[in-house]
Write a protein that binds this ligand. Structure first.
Ligand code: NAD
Length: 483
């Protein structure tokens, strides 16, 4: 039984259970049972959070980097201590198996460690002058100011941790709005910062309807930076709003990652890795490997082995059964979206080799699905499915495969498997994406930048880029006072 916390917002260091704009219900996607009632912030409560972040900025931005690091490191340690308890809530709210949730929390803690260290490590530059004058040309990275952090539900701890870690390490204060269906995961993360000694007002947590709340926060004159992870359509809307108010904006958006499997690849290894990784988090991962482009010489074997592994996955309520490989989708909308993708691939437009249907009964379950040879103009091949559906397409030349891979406007992650060194270099150079994995399917670590190109967004989180994203570059030219 999961102990689901009473949901509270955090405004200026005070936990507030009463939402002046009413409440919304949070349900367990595996059972559809109510988990709790989430308070919704009124415009006045949003203004209180903005004021708190604005007022706290002066003090926090002047706090020594070593002290900011100490607090972030302590928060990371608390997350590790509480990982099992937080993971149970993550599973209850969005359905992923507990081992995956624990891995997410551990990774989030490592990210906080790294970004906190950046607060101590990150200096500026001293640029030589052109003439002989004694002028110091100093470049520094100044915290931008209060940041609005808008996060989705698929990694309800790690995605916020990247944004909160970058903002706080750089000396910014923040107003954090998590997804409507994962508020408790967010709250337990924020509690770690509070218990680590973060001063009041530096990090504020609010809940509410995403459209009006985001708009209110973005247009506020207090806000200086907006960081959003979610769909491309919403990212474009929020980006346009941020631009019209001259706010810095970092969008981490959708993807439809291609995986090229060359005839020179270790096919057994590639198929085992691809089938396991595709269905992690029920495929609800922006860098999920999804469009499998396989050399015709090995295509039939790849399809058969991928489908065989997929059909063996155990789907169920991961909160009740630890042996489950794949939990439910996060909400009913995702099941309807999967049904639409499969329906579009029917007839002679693709063959559903395994899966293809919602699972009857309570919960938002959909079978792990493999579609062989979906038509080039099918919904599957052109729109991000963001769920447990893989499509496999044969190709004749490696150049053809790169052409298919690069044919969409998305450009988040791309992958390839090849044992030929020259071909691997060609693929690394040619795939149009923010992150490319060759002979492996991991493109994320606390130390490395994470971000996309094209319709997948711009800018990066994680790595030193994740710290610099919350800074302005400043030049100070200092000359002798006289003589
Ligand atoms: P959705 O667009 O309804 O919601 C996705 C997220 O965006 C939620 O967290 C929600 O709070 C937020 N959101 C929705 N409308 C908003 C608005 N007007 N202003 C601000 N935030 C808003 O879609 P969904 O069915 O919940 O999720 C599926 C879609 O979301 C997919 O298309 C996928 O691309 C995208 N998504 C992407 C990521 C990612 O990691 N890039 C994560 C989750 C969802």
């Amino acid at each position: 039984m999961t102990a689901y916390p009473t949901l509270k917002m955090l405004i200026n260091g005070e936990w507030i259970a009463a939402g002046e704009a009413g409440t919304m219900v949070v349900v367990n996607p595996a059972t559809e049972a109510e988990l709790g009632q989430c308070p919704k912030a009124s415009p006045a409560q949003l203004d209180a959070a903005l004021k708190a972040a604005g007022d706290a900025f002066e003090g926090w931005s002047r706090t020594a980097g070593a002290e900011r690091h100490r607090i972030l490191r302590r928060a990371a340690d608390l997350m590790r201590e509480r990982a099992d308890m937080i993971a149970r809530v993550v599973t209850a709210e969005m359905g992923k198996p507990r081992a995956q949730a624990v891995g997410e929390i551990t990774s989030a803690a490592d990210t906080l460690d790294f970004l906190g260290e950046e607060a101590k490590r990150r200096g500026g530059r001293l640029i030589p002058t052109r003439g002989n004058q004694l002028i110091a040309q100093m470049v520094t990275h100044e915290p931008i100011g209060p940041a609005v952090l808008l996060t989705p539900w698929n990694f309800p701890v790690n995605l916020p941790a990247k944004k909160i870690g970058g903002a706080l390490a750089a000396g910014c204060t923040a107003i954090f709005k998590p997804a409507e269906n994962t508020p408790a995961s967010a709250q337990l993360l924020v509690e770690c910062f509070v218990d680590a000694g973060l001063p009041a007002g530096v990090l504020n947590l609010i809940y509410g309807d995403p459209g009006p709340v985001s708009e209110h926060l973005i247009v506020s004159p207090v806000t200086r930076k907006v960081s959003f992870t979610g769909s491309t359509a919403i990212g474009k809307q929020l980006g346009a709003l941020a631009a019209s108010h001259m706010k810095r904006f970092t969008p981490e958006l959708g993807g439809h990652a291609p995986v090229i499997v060359s005839k020179h690849a270790d096919i057994d290894r590639a198929v085992a890795m691809c089938a396991a990784t595709k269905f992690r988090n029920a495929g609800q991962v922006c860098v999920s490997p999804t469009r499998f482009l396989v050399a015709r010489e090995v295509y039939d074997r790849f399809v058969a082995e991928f489908a065989e592994r997929t059909a063996k996955l155990k789907v169920g309520d991961a909160g009740a059964d630890e042996s489950v490989d794949m939990g439910p989708l996060a909400h009913a909308r995702r099941v309807a979206a999967m049904e639409a993708v499969v329906a579009d691939a029917g007839g002679n437009r693709g063959e559903v080799v395994t899966g293809g249907s919602a699972i009857a009964g309570k919960g938002f379950f959909f079978q792990p699905t493999v579609i062989a040879n979906p038509a080039p103009d099918s919904r599957f091949m052109t729109e991000e499915p963001f769920g447990p559906i893989a499509g496999i397409v044969p190709f004749d030349t490696i150049e053809d495969a790169v052409g298919i891979a690069n044919s969409l406007r998305y450009g988040l992650a791309a992958y390839a498997f090849s044992g030929d060194l020259d071909e691997a270099h060609y693929l690394g150079r040619s795939l149009r994406a923010g992150m490319v994995g060759i002979n492996q399917l991991i493109v994320s670590s606390p130390e490395t930048p994470f971000g996309g190109v094209g319709d997948s967004g711009f800018g990066s989180e994680g790595g030193e880029e994740g710290y610099l994203a919350f800074t302005d570059t400043k030049l100070v030219m200092l000359a002798k006072a006289g003589g």
